[in-house]
Design a protein around this ligand. Structure first.
Ligand code: UDP
Length: 277
């Protein structure tokens, strides 16, 4: 595996979807080992600046994939030589952000692809059909995961779903949830409690999950799979503007989107300004 790429203290792996699928296969075949895959996005990187324990949870994962074009932008911008002139640096920020908008090759130089939790859910389930991996979906509102399983079964008829449960991420429910999951004997666990709850839940409980080999936090992906929430149109996604779609469709997310865009860019700019290279 290549060296990790550090962005504001969070370590990322330079991987594409195919690399994640290969890793998942290797993880499932490893006896007595349990691995966590995390999918940090710009909002999580911003949050981790003031939540050291969360940053450590992210960095304890076996693999961290860049869930957001903003992460690819940051990796690219931070790798460019630093100028002493503040104005030149601001021009670099603006021009690299334009490179994102026009999907220019340079953006994919340090981190080769954006790998989202939502897409991983579908791709891993598709792959599971070849190997018979048993899948468990934890989280989302009550009833949503079983709708997701019905729809996913139509799309991937050979996929094996060991079970699903909404539950809650509160610590007092953990033992009950682990017992349920253990009874179902899954290999792969997807947890949809949103961040940071889902990563913290996995970190606290992974060792209690007897049969699980891989656990992944996937945010709102079960809602997408159930058809309960709509993903951004492909064009907006490919322009790196999924956040804009979410702003229009879910205006209550304004603060989160502000953190993932403006606050994140400011953080990366300041970080580079303060770095010694
Ligand atoms: N969720 C849950 N229990 C909770 C809090 C959240 O099951 O106590 C679920 C929620 O229903 C949704 C997911 O966690 O399915 C979080 O979705 P969100 O869109 O916030 O995640 P994102 O994709 O933005 O990380």
């Amino acid at each position: 595996m290549k060296e990790k790429v550090n962005i504001a203290g969070v370590e990322f792996d330079a991987v594409r979807y195919v690399d994640v699928l290969t890793a998942v296969e290797a993880y499932v075949n490893q006896e007595h080992k349990k691995q966590m895959i995390v999918t940090p996005n710009p909002e999580m990187v911003v949050y981790s600046q003031n939540h050291e324990a969360f940053r450590q949870v992210l960095n304890s994962a076996s693999m961290a994939v860049p869930d957001g074009i903003g992460i690819l932008w940051a990796a690219h911008y931070l790798s460019l030589p630093k100028s002493k002139n503040r104005f030149v640096e601001i021009v670099k920020v603006v021009s690299t952000l334009f490179q994102v908008l026009f999907k220019m090759k340079a953006i994919y130089r340090v981190l080769p692809d954006r790998v989202t939790g939502a897409d991983l859910l579908f791709k891993i389930i598709e792959e599971s059909q070849k190997n018979g991996w048993r899948i468990y979906l934890l989280g989302a509102a009550p009833g949503i995961a079983s709708i997701a399983i019905d729809r996913l079964t139509k799309q991937y008829p050979k996929a094996v779903f060991a079970g699903s449960f909404a539950g809650t991420p509160v610590e007092t429910h953990e033992d009950e949830l682990c017992e349920r999951i253990n009874l179902a004997e899954p290999d792969i666990l997807f947890v949809a409690y949103g961040s940071p709850a889902q990563e913290e839940w996995i970190h606290r409980n992974l060792n209690k999950l007897n049969t699980i080999k891989v656990a992944i936090g996937i945010g709102g992906a079960i809602d997408f799979a159930a058809g309960n929430a709509k993903r951004a149109p492909k064009l907006l996604r490919s322009l790196g503007l999924e956040w804009f779609w979410r702003l229009i469709t879910q205006p209550r997310r304004f603060k989160r989107i502000w953190n993932a865009t403006f606050v994140f860019v400011k953080l990366i700019f300041r970080l580079k300004k303060g770095s010694s290279s």
